[in-house]
Write a protein that binds this ligand. Structure first.
Ligand code: HEM
Length: 445
């Protein structure tokens, strides 16, 4: 373990070149072990490679580490300041408790039929022997599932608006990394094309969310049993008995539609890419699906039996963790594994770096779902859903959705991604494939 001291001014600016190949940069930082500094221009940044320390940082169990930070302040511009993702302290605690019922095992089991039914409905639109854009199809599917399960809403046609807001959001990271006065001015200007698109999309999304809430209030009278996330939000009361404000509800709806579809869409896309690279693993998955549920659609009861399918999901999340980069902020000067960290520094952890670190994994670059079939639980170096009090509240949702959707789609369809070995990752807010991922689809006889 080699602590790295604060960089010289020249080094800090030279570090900006790391942004041109983030996966390689993360690999190198990870190999340094412990914690190290990688200041970007005027922005002090610390990278934590050691798994237990990374978990402590994410859980803010380290003195001088704040729950959120500048990255999340910028995310708030896209998803709102009172979102579960961006809120801190009491508000975060209250929101987390409010939404928890929508992620209990009985709620997840109730969403499962929708997950499978929507996957099959999507497959029914595919042309036999034709070509589909897997990344786009998985984004539509994941959004459709999140909207229907969590909010009882059908918003297929509004996908474009959500994508627009999200695309604007992905620039946040690069702004953090390029904090020159010019970039700042361009980004902040109301007149920049990106910000005008963002503002226009926000107006349409706000109208859509208002409609969803009004519909739900009409459909579920007070006192009736509450079933999904929107119901849980509408039922939430603070200690003084006050309900959530409309803006707070709006922020949660936007947050959960984003967080609940972008990550799972990337995971499904990467799983299909990996299975096309490894046809034996794909055939084993199909054999398991047919042996478990025959030609019937799989349901929540079949999940425990889909051991290989679940192992494929875990291995996909290891090699391509959609949340590849997590950040906190130093609220005071502190030290991490002997590395001095000034107040205001961005403190980063990368599941991508950690999941491919040879210090923690045997053959880290190999796609080997078999590593997940043993009885032992994953070690501290596996954290696709983060850790601690800010961990992913949707992990049980995702861990039901991903195997069920793969089982439903691959049970019915052969999905052959074109040149899968050439698909590379382009990290932005999530770990997306660079460019379009096309596949030929053929119905299984
Ligand atoms: C493969 C799918 C997913 C992955 C890899 C993933 C990953 C993560 C990670 C790593 C965090 C922690 C971020 C941090 O520590 O800063 C997080 C938080 C969160 N995720 Fe997920 N997520 C996934 C799916 C979902 C789904 C399906 C939902 C909702 C239905 C969701 C909602 C959230 C929310 C609301 C938070 C913020 C929690 C808080 O701060 O209290 N995620 N996710």
């Amino acid at each position: 373990m080699r602590p790295v001291r604060a960089a010289s001014a020249w080094q800090r600016w030279a570090n900006l070149r790391l942004l041109t190949d983030l996966p390689a940069a993360v690999d190198r930082l990870q190999l340094r072990g412990g914690a190290s500094r990688v200041d970007l221009g005027p922005c002090p940044v610390a990278y934590v490679a050691e798994p237990e320390l990374a978990r402590a940082v994410l859980d803010t169990r380290v003195d001088g580490i704040a729950e959120r930070g500048r990255f999340y302040r910028d995310v708030a511009r896209v998803i709102g300041h009172t979102s579960l993702v961006t809120a801190e302290g009491d508000l975060h605690h209250r929101l987390r408790r409010a939404v928890a019922p929508a992620f209990r095992p009985d709620a997840i089991a109730a969403y499962a039929p929708t997950m499978v039914e929507r996957a099959r409905a999507l497959g029914a639109t595919w042309p036999e022997g034709g070509e589909v854009a897997v990344d786009r199809e998985m984004a539509r599917l994941a959004l459709d599932i999140a909207a229907r399960s969590l909010f009882g809403a059908d918003l297929g046609d509004e996908l474009e608006d959500f994508s627009t807001v999200l695309r604007s959001g992905t620039r946040i990271f690069y702004r953090e990394a390029l904090p020159t006065r010019l970039a700042e001015a361009l980004w902040s200007s109301r007149w920049s094309p990106a910000n005008r698109r963002l503002a226009a999309s926000r107006v349409r999304i706000d109208a859509l969310v208002k409609r969803l809430v009004a519909d739900r209030r009409r459909e579920v009278p007070d006192g009736a049993p509450r079933t999904n996330l929107l119901d849980a939000l509408l039922a939430c009361r603070d200690p003084a008995g006050r309900p959530l404000e409309d803006d707070e509800i709006r922020d949660q709806v936007v947050t959960f539609l984003f967080a609940g579809h972008e990550t799972t869409a990337q995971a499904l896309t990467w799983a299909l890419v990996l299975l096309s690279c490894h046809p034996d693993a794909g055939e084993r998955l199909v054999a398991e699906v047919h042996a478990t549920s025959g030609r019937r659609p799989p349901g929540p009861a079949e999940l425990p039996g889909l051991r290989w399918t679940r192992a494929v999901v875990r291995e996909t999340l290891r090699l391509y963790p959609p949340a590849w980069f997590l950040s906190r902020e130093a609220s005071a000067a502190t030290s991490l594994a002997g590395c001095p960290v000034p107040a205001g520094a961005m403190v980063t952890v990368s599941p991508l770096g950690m999941h491919r670190d040879p210090a923690h994994w045997d053959r880290p670059e190999a796609f080997d779902p078999g590593r997940w079939l043993g009885p032992e639980e994953p070690g501290a170096a596996y954290l696709p859903f983060g850790h601690g009090r800010r961990n992913c509240i949707g992990s049980s949702f995702a861990l039901a959705e991903l195997p069920l959707v793969l089982a439903a789609l691959l049970g019915d369809w052969r999905i052959e991604v074109h040149r899968p070995e050439l698909v590379t990752a382009r990290p932005s807010v999530t770990l997306r494939p660079a460019g379009r991922v096309s596949a030929t689809v053929r119905r299984r006889r």
